[in-house]
Write a protein that binds this ligand. Structure first.
Ligand code: MN
Length: 235
């Protein structure tokens, strides 16, 4: 093959998250943890509480930034929010030890794991993949990534989400079943992690549906907040 042959298409656009205070963070992959807070497992009434958390992915270009207008997606009538702490990796690794895992972290952000809950439940009932419920256009809002020097801050801190100013989710990062170093260590047993990977670390209780016009605001102590607006479906 002629290496100087023209590309068949223009280069696919890179995905970049925002960095708090300015700049951008190139995103490689988006991983998510399922079932990482016991009170959310209980509200979902769908799993044995002793089942361990697990991982799934969203497509990289599902990332949307703070202030985004997110059209109500097709193929659902139960579109829901899940506020999550996002870990942004500045280094990669395989089989990372729990004790070394924090050294891979470049920064942290507030994220929302947008979910087609009806399709997620279908997948459970029909024993099909979760993908259609979790991995779709604009399903990965991510606030500005902050470089936090002290990982201990994220052992315990408040995580909340409000819809139209009314608080709907409130939890504490310390409630995670797998804490952040354990999440990184576990994931690194399954895939090779690289700089640019984002990991959404699971949601506490209080998840629920939204409709066009809703304003969603998510907070984690010590991080820039994340606000998105749900708009009418795209024509
Ligand atoms: Mn989630």
């Amino acid at each position: 093959m002629n290496v100087h042959a023209p590309h068949a298409l223009p280069t696919v656009a890179a995905t970049e998250a925002a960095v708090a205070g300015g700049g951008s963070f190139p995103v490689r992959r988006i991983y998510c943890v399922g079932r990482n807070y016991l009170d959310h497992i209980r509200e979902m009434k769908e799993a044995d509480e002793r089942d361990p958390p697990f991982f799934f992915q969203k497509p990289r270009d599902a990332l949307v930034l703070d202030g985004a207008r997110v059209p109500y997606p097709p193929f659902t009538s139960d579109f829901q929010f899940e506020v999550e702490l996002v870990v942004a990796l500045g280094r990669g690794g395989r089989d990372v030890a729990v004790e070394a895992a924090n050294s891979l972290i470049w920064g942290y952000a507030v994220g929302i794991d947008l979910t087609r809950r009806d399709r997620q439940r279908d997948a459970r009932d029909l024993r099909l993949p979760w993908e259609v419920g979790k991995s779709f256009d604009a399903s990965a809002p991510c606030g500005p990534i902050a470089q936090v020097r002290d990982p201990a801050h994220f052992e315990h801190c408040a995580i909340t989400l409000a819809v139209n100013g009314v608080e709907r989710q409130r939890g504490d990062i310390g409630q995670m079943i797998w804490n952040i170093p354990e999440v990184i260590a576990q994931l690194s047993k399954q895939v090779t992690l690289e700089a640019g990977d984002l990991i959404y670390t699971g949601t506490p209780a209080g998840v629920g549906p939204v409709v066009p016009g809703d304003l969603i605001t998510a907070h984690i102590d010590g991080l820039p907040s994340l606000t998105i607006t749900i708009t009418r479906p795209e024509a």
